[in-house]
Write a protein that binds this ligand. Structure first.
Ligand code: RIB
Ligand code: NA
Length: 312
């Protein structure tokens, strides 16, 4: 496999409104849709839509919609042999409100995702240890993600860790078990205590995270692009062209899935170029409503994004 994701699968219930409601307030929405979501599944589907051979390790409940989730994996070409089902609890669900400025707020109920265990990772040992890239987030138990990252890393697999949703008190081993740590502003704030108000503070936070042990840190800054810090890149701001955002839900996942695709399928593409391309893929996903359904396929992208790297 090119990309294996160990992480969350969710049903996204998305309501579109003019603005975000205030506490205690009921407001009218103007549109509703259901989409396939979950950070792990989103990242996996993004990589698959670009053409990577992908597999998902995840946990669902057992209701009508779960068959649809499995069907969706099949339709987009994600191997689901390690997506198991439980009748102990419901599937993960995310209630999402998208306002006219394209911003969202999300309540995530993990459900079955919390039952994805280290045992499930062990069952997927062969899959994980033979992947080109393994990607993990925090929608499943920390111990599960960490076990997957450690297994991958010790097998020489390239690992990407997305500490999302934001967590305090992350096990220190996460930092040494990933080749790339990629966080958004609020996640980076939780991990470092630095208030991320501008590019400068993002650069500071990225450097702090790098000193905890990860080779490369990327902090995504929404419409300002992302900051890349590694031995070769000193907090470089990688900008993204401005667009009119319709729905930013899953934009970070689109970025991560694309990044995983480029690492796996174009390993000689310089990281800075991979980040630039992944920024653009994510910005395209913001121009349509929905989560996975808004992620572009390879054929919908400008040709230069899919062009093989020119090697010098
Ligand atoms: O990152 C976006 C995702 O977070 C949504 O698809 C939703 O499921 C939440 O988990
Ligand atoms: Na979108």
């Amino acid at each position: 496999m090119d990309v294996v994701v160990v992480g969350g699968c969710t049903r996204d219930l998305v309501s579109f409104t003019q603005r975000q409601p205030r506490p205690g307030e009921s407001i009218h929405g103007n549109k509703f849709l259901m989409d396939f979501g979950g950070k792990g599944a989103n990242q996996c589907v993004m990589a698959a839509k670009l053409g990577a051979k992908t597999a998902m390790v995840g946990k669902l409940g057992k209701d009508f919609y779960d068959d649809k989730t499995l069907e969706n994996f099949e339709n987009v070409g994600v191997n689901k042999d390690h997506v198991s089902q439980t009748d102990e609890t419901s599937s993960g669900v995310a209630s999402i409100i998208v306002s006219e400025d394209g911003q969202n707020s999300i309540v995530y109920v993990a459900g079955a995702n919390l039952l994805l265990s280290e045992g499930d990772v062990a069952k997927a040992t062969e899959l994980i240890s033979n992947a080109k890239v393994v990607l993990c987030q925090l929608e499943v138990p920390q111990a599960t993600s960490l076990a997957a990252l450690k297994l991958a890393k010790s097998s020489g697999v390239f690992t990407i860790f997305n500490p999302a949703p934001a967590a305090e008190n992350l096990d220190a081993d996460f930092y040494t078990s990933c080749d790339i740590l990629c966080a958004n502003e609020s996640e980076a704030e939780w991990l470092t205590g630095v208030t991320l108000s501008d590019v400068d503070s993002a650069q500071r936070a990225a450097e702090m995270l790098r000193r905890k042990g990860c080779e490369t840190v990327i902090i995504t800054l929404g419409d300002r692009g992302s900051v890349l810090t590694s031995a070769q890149h000193d907090g470089v701001l990688v900008p993204v062209s401005s667009i009119k955002a319709v729905d930013t839900t899953g934009a970070g996942d689109s970025f991560l899935g694309a990044l995983a695709y480029y690492r796996a399928l174009m390993p000689t593409l310089p990281l800075l170029d991979a980040v630039t391309r992944a920024n653009t893929v994510a910005s395209i996903s913001c121009q349509a409503a929905g989560t996975q359904s808004s992620f572009p396929t390879a054929s919908q992208l400008p040709k230069d994004l899919m062009a093989a790297p020119v090697n010098h």
